[in-house]
Design a protein around this ligand. Structure first.
Ligand code: NAG
Ligand code: NAG
Length: 172
């Protein structure tokens, strides 16, 4: 009887974990490799489905060529403080949650006193088929390459498509 109760509670714990996993974003992997998947190829599919796998890649292209310190978080995951040398990339993978509320915000610092924030992944911009920008499965960002009006650019594998550039999401 005790054994039965025990396995029952283990099962309940497993079910709770699984429920948590599908409801909220879970970070699977961090990497510094750029995948050869295309950013535009999967547009039209991912945006409709919850749990779509995403890979955010951050490329340090700051004008001063200094090391970029990056600290990204969602409401569930803290990816820690990462240092990206100039002209190098770092990335992480996750799934969009069922409620489609997944959002990752990053704090970038470099040089003396440069400090900016940006929502590196949000469903409305990066995973909505009816949004203003194509859905990305591999979302590649260049940081600080241009002036502050184009501080963050989501680039396209297909070089004929211009990058989508944004200002920082700094809290004023
Ligand atoms: C980072 O961006 C620069 C400038 O566009 C590019 O030359 C470089 O190849 C990119 N690095 C990676 C690893 O994609
Ligand atoms: C930046 O990195 C890319 C490879 O990712 C390389 O082809 C390019 O030469 C690098 N640029 C500089 C200026 O080192």
């Amino acid at each position: 009887m005790a054994l039965l109760n025990n396995s029952h509670s283990i099962l309940m714990v497993m079910i709770s974990f699984y429920t948590f996993y599908i409801l909220f974003a879970s970070v699977l992997d961090v990497s510094n490799a750029v995948e050869e998947a295309s950013t535009s190829g999967s547009a039209g599919v991912d945006g409709f489905w919850p749990l779509a796998p995403k890979h955010v890649i951050i490329n340090n292209t700051v004008q001063s060529k200094q090391t970029l310190n990056v600290h990204c978080k969602s409401s569930e995951d803290d990816l820690g403080l990462i240092q990206i040398p100039w002209n190098q990339t770092w990335g992480f993978k996750f799934h969009v949650n069922v409620l489609k509320t997944t959002k990752f915000r990053c704090h970038f610092t470099w040089g003396i006193g440069e400090s900016h924030e940006f929502n590196i992944f949000k469903v409305a911009r990066d995973d909505d088929n009816f949004g203003d920008f194509p859905v990305c499965k591999v979302c590649i960002w260049e940081v600080g390459r241009d002036n502050d009006k184009k501080a963050m650019c989501r680039i396209n594998r297909d070089a004929s498509i211009k990058p989508y550039c944004f200002t920082w999401d700094d809290v004023k």
